[in-house]
Write a protein that binds this ligand. Structure first.
Ligand code: NAP
Length: 513
């Protein structure tokens, strides 16, 4: 099919950016094409790319999943997903254009016939196009199928093409701990070259996360103070107000550390602390991230207690309603020790960051939903106005909000109007919504497009994924081995457990939630 943009998109400033990115004609295969992620994110993202004219001239898609279905039934399901979840109102022509060439291959992921059928369909697309299309295999499946599918693609010879690029996109979680991540890397890299592998961390596709790099490297203002001489501490928060939303099956085996810290929060930390790359190019950027991740010294077993806190939510009040505690949630074991809250104090041991504590916290059923990075500068060396009765002079803080109100704010000390020299903190703010007057694309739109273009800048490399696991593996092990000490609790709807305060030294305190 040929993807056409609607008239309105001609005025959309986002399209200007996307139009400059050439994408080779591509066949995209989504393993798990009927699953929740495909339904809520991937299919709507494809529609929005089509809507903005960003898909290649020739784009074909195949969904692969277990249940029996005809192409038409798959298209109907995709139409429903798009109508329900697309961020732009579907234009009937663009939507039908996108759906008309979607195909569906039913079968189990370990069944050779699935791959034979896939090959026949992909060849058909190539013949219709009169050229070999690039191929992207997107693994939107439970993680136990990642090695199975990679292996079967290899056996079927679908891991290479003579005249086109072949790429594999792998969803999270990539591994369950360091050992399993290593073994998954070995299995995948036994079939594909690293340059073909795109490990997803959808946080990296978020505009505000990329804005962290713009903030640091497109402004002369921040970089001179971005080091231990000026920065007192950094807090990274990923707080959710919701509970586990019926996903006990997944969450019981994961917990907060695996769910958010190992991937998203450590990625934020790496982007915040890495040296400026010489070019915004996949391997240069990932080299710099790897260096800082390797500079985070993992704790020895006896140090874990002093630098990491876990907790579970107890019954409480959230959004005005009484809600159950974690162990009362359906599907959660009554004696579960899975953490719904994790807080860490980390150090990046290099010249730039020696001595600066990085405090990370994440949790479910907290007071509000917010993901932010707060960089607190050191106090001024001497406050000359003290005798004039300055009120509440505080250290400058640079706060980057990833969600929900995406933007950046810088707190400044300002003079209170009047005859006396009195100071109080005020905020200087930039909000995405008001500055750009346009809706940001969803992370998955950017990432799918990048994978089709072969740009791995916003994907995680094999050594990087192992470095990420390397940081949290000792904590996971220590927590796993400690089967007796009680897990602290915090009331649902609160700011988290009191024990987390002990991670902060001196008179530092967690930002209010
Ligand atoms: P899901 O809803 O359980 O979907 C699983 C998909 O795999 C379905 O299409 C299912 O097909 C298919 N499937 C399962 N077993 C199969 C088998 N043996 N043979 C063939 N097909 C099989 O999972 P999901 O929530 O979409 O998650 C997919 C991946 O994305 C996971 O790695 C998850 O961690 C990651 N992820 C998900 C989200 C999210 O919001 N859902 C967010 C971030 C990351 P049938 O429907 O035919 O059974």
């Amino acid at each position: 099919m040929s993807a056409t943009a609607t008239g309105e998109s001609a005025e959309n400033p986002l399209v200007a950016g996307l139009e400059r990115l050439p994408v080779h004609p591509t066949s995209l295969v989504i393993f798990g094409g009927t699953g929740d992620l495909a339904h809520r994110k991937l299919l709507p993202a494809l529609y929005n790319l089509a809507h903005e004219g960003a898909l290649p001239e020739r784009f074909e898609m195949i969904g692969v999943a277990r249940r029996e279905k005809e192409d038409e039934a798959f298209q109907d399901m995709a139409r429903e997903s798009i109508e329900r979840y697309s961020r732009t109102k579907p234009d009937p022509d663009v939507l039908e254009g996108l759906l008309s060439d979607m195909r569906y291959v039913p079968g189990a992921f370990d069944d050779d016939e699935v791959y034979a059928e896939l090959e026949r369909t992909l060849k058909q697309f190539d013949e219709q196009a009169g050229e070999q299309l690039d191929r992207v295999f997107y693994l939107s499946t439970a993680p136990q199928f990642f090695p199975v599918i990679a292996g079967k693609l290899g056996e079927a010879g679908l891991n290479r093409a003579e005249q086109a690029e072949v790429r594999i996109v792998i969803e999270k979680p990539f591994g369950y701990d360091l050992a399993s991540a290593r073994s998954l890397n070995t299995e995948v890299l036994g079939v594909f070259e690293e340059s073909q592998v795109f490990r997803i961390d959808h946080y990296l596709g978020k505009e505000t996360v990329q804005n962290l790099m713009a903030l640091r490297f497109a402004n002369a203002l921040f970089e001179p103070v971005w080091n231990r001489n000026f920065i007192d501490n950094v807090q990274i928060t990923a707080a959710e107000d919701i509970g586990i939303e019926g996903r006990a099956g997944y969450y019981e085996g994961a917990g907060a550390l695996r769910d958010l810290v190992q991937n998203h929060m450590l990625q934020l930390l790496a982007l915040l602390t890495m040296e400026p790359p010489a070019a915004f190019e996949a391997n240069r950027l990932r080299d710099e991230k790897l260096k800082v991740l390797e500079a985070i010294v993992p704790p020895a077993p006896e140090e874990v207690g002093a630098m990491a806190v876990r907790a579970q939510y107890a019954p409480g009040v959230s959004g005005g309603s009484e809600v159950p505690g974690y162990r009362e949630e359906e599907g959660v074991a009554a004696d579960s020790r899975t953490e719904t809250y994790a807080a860490l104090r980390l150090h990046v041991s290099n010249w730039r960051w020696a001595g600066v504590p990085f405090y990370l916290r994440t949790g479910k059923r907290l007071a509000r939903k917010v993901t932010e990075i707060a960089v607190t500068l050191k106090p001024v060396p001497h406050l000359a106005f003290q005798s004039s009765g300055s009120v509440g002079v505080q250290c400058n803080q640079i706060v980057l909000t990833v969600q929900p109100d995406e933007g950046v704010s810088v707190s400044l000390g300002a003079k209170i109007p009047g005859p006396r020299m009195r100071i109080r903190p005020v905020n200087m703010e930039f909000r995405y919504g008001t500055s750009f007057m346009s809706q940001s694309p969803e992370a998955y739109e950017r990432l799918i497009l990048d994978a089709m273009r072969g740009d791995a800048t916003l994907f995680t490399r094999n050594d990087e994924i192992e470095a990420l696991w390397g940081v949290i593996d000792p904590i996971l092990t220590a927590w796993h081995e400690d089967t007796s000490s009680p897990i602290p609790e915090y009331p649902a709807g609160s700011a988290g457990p009191a024990q987390a305060d002990q991670l902060l030294d001196g008179d530092r305190h967690w930002r209010r939630l």
